[in-house]
Design a protein around this ligand. Structure first.
Ligand code: NDP
Ligand code: 2IT
Length: 445
């Protein structure tokens, strides 16, 4: 790190006390920017780093709602409008009991660079609430979403800020959120949210996009070594939207996913995950991975440790931040894993990343590997703005092209800076320069 980077990082820690995930995300980006700052005094002169780490706007609000028993419940809502240099703020909403401002800020910060990598003219933002949808009735989820949107609707719009899903926010929640926005604003602004149902402006391939994109990225990385996913054994964590469609794409490309997980444990299925059963249990029944194992001969449930103990060629962390630590990374490497592509946001700890990089394996950070979700959200916005609707093949082909482009940009940047194969540098420097150059053009704002 250079002195300026150190100073900015220290300021972030001092000004955002206790927000450890945000500190971690900033550190990871700043650490790899040193080569991009050298020879570019304009970035320093224009206070680029200082401005980038400070969100343009932070909205925190009360979300009161009434549960089925008639009790008043109060949650906290967040929307961090981080950076709008490249376009309207864009990024998901997370509903999970662990949500706090530091987590939303880390996600919003990552989103700036991820969205820049897509090349689609979208700024970075993120939001959510400490509401836990698990175990809630549909009616409770609806009332919560309506209360959440009652405040959020003042701050968003198709050209201002466009939320979507993330952990705990899928098609059901986006439907309730859209309904309430439409009612409050008396505007059918289809482009105000993405991840919508297909009947009201949703895009084909958005549901699949993040998981598909992550696997496409892993395939491209293997391609640089003349290899492919065909015949590879793959450890996948999570069992939500990203994990399910990662498994689907893996199978299409000849790979075999042998694990899934959730917060209660993990399942090993040596014969390969049964995708239809997984979708039935998780998407239709909203069940647990143990329910999958109970109905799948040969699959076993494990409660201690993690999926990273299961020998694999490729690892796809698709659950949540910091789910893969230094020890898990060492175990993966020891067992012969040669590729890690992050479907989740910041799933690998800094120690884990160091292990991967020292071992020289192919490692893709989430902001590159999981960008297919937000990229397809931007395709949804494009369809909404022009009142058109593409078929699955069209949307999927665009997603595939965008992922290839992100991969190649990371590779080229890493090579240009003398660190071939360093996807962390490739992603951070590419994203940063795209945003930084536009921020300079816009003046000090
Ligand atoms: P879902 O809510 O559909 O699924 C989340 C999965 O991760 C569930 O299996 C959940 O288990 C597990 N999980 C969540 N939190 C924890 C935790 N603290 N400990 C253990 N397991 C946990 O979310 P998504 O699949 O959409 O998101 C997964 C990851 O991908 C997140 O990091 C998200 O930010 C990222 N991402 C998502 C995108 C999208 O388009 N949806 C786009 C890009 C990134 P349980 O049900 O037990 O909580
Ligand atoms: O982390 C992410 O990129 C997402 N949750 C998707 C954001 C979006 O706007 O589609």
């Amino acid at each position: 790190m250079n002195a300026q980077v150190d100073k900015v990082y220290e300021q972030v820690v001092a000004r955002n006390r206790g927000e450890v995930e945000f500190h971690q995300a900033v550190r990871e980006v700043l650490d790899s920017l040193t080569p991009a700052l050298e020879g570019h005094p304009e970035y320093t002169e224009n206070g680029l780093l200082e401005r980038l780490v400070e969100p343009e706007r932070q909205i925190v609000f009360r979300v009161p709602w009434v549960d089925d028993a008639g009790n008043v419940q109060v949650n906290r809502g967040f929307r961090i409008e981080f950076n709008s240099a490249l376009g309207p703020y864009k990024g998901g909403l997370r509903f999970h009991p662990s949500v706090n401002i530091g987590i939303i800020k880390f996600l919003g910060f990552e989103q700036i660079f991820k969205n820049a990598l897509t090349g689609q003219g979208i700024g970075g933002g993120k939001g959510g609430s400490d509401f836990d949808p698990h175990g809630k009735s549909d009616a409770e989820v609806m009332r919560f979403c309506q209360s959440f949107m009652t405040e959020l609707s003042r701050h968003i719009g198709p050209n201002t800020d466009v939320p979507a899903g993330d952990i705990g926010v899928g098609g059901r929640e986006i439907g309730y959120l859209f309904g309430q926005y439409k009612r409050l604003r008396n505007r059918y602004d289809a482009g105000v949210l993405t991840g919508k149902g297909l009947g009201f402006g949703g895009s084909l391939a958005r549901t699949e996009a993040t998981g598909y994109g992550t696997v496409l990225f892993a395939q491209s990385m293997l391609g640089t070594k003349g290899d492919s996913l065909e015949g590879k054994t793959v450890a996948v964590s999570g069992s939500g939207n990203v994990a399910i469609y990662a498994v689907e794409k893996l199978q299409a490309l000849g790979g075999k996913a042998v694990t899934i997980s959730d917060s209660s444990g993990y399942v090993v299925d040596e014969a390969g995950i049964d995708l239809d059963l997984l979708k039935q249990v998780k998407e239709v029944e909203r069940g647990r991975v143990a329910d999958y194992a109970a109905r799948r001969p040969g699959a076993r449930v494990a409660t201690g440790g993690s999926v990273w103990q299961v020998p694999c060629d490729v690892a796809l962390p698709c659950a949540t931040q910091n789910e893969l630590d230094g020890d898990a990374a060492a175990t993966l490497v020891k067992n012969g894993c040669g590729v890690v592509a992050e479907g989740a946001n910041m799933p690998s700890t800094p120690e884990a990343i160091e292990v991967f990089q020292k071992a020289g394996i192919l490692y893709a950070p989430g902001k590159a590997a999981n960008a297919g979700g937000v990229a397809t959200s931007a395709l949804e916005m494009e369809q909404n703005a022009s009142r058109t609707r593409w078929d699955f093949e069209t949307a999927n082909a665009k997603l595939t092209d965008i992922m290839a482009d992100i991969h190649d940009s990371c590779v080229e940047t890493a090579e240009r800076y003398g660190q071939p194969g360093n996807y962390v540098l490739g992603a951070n420097v590419t994203g940063f320069t795209r945003v930084a150059d536009v921020m300079i053009a816009h003046g000090i704002i």
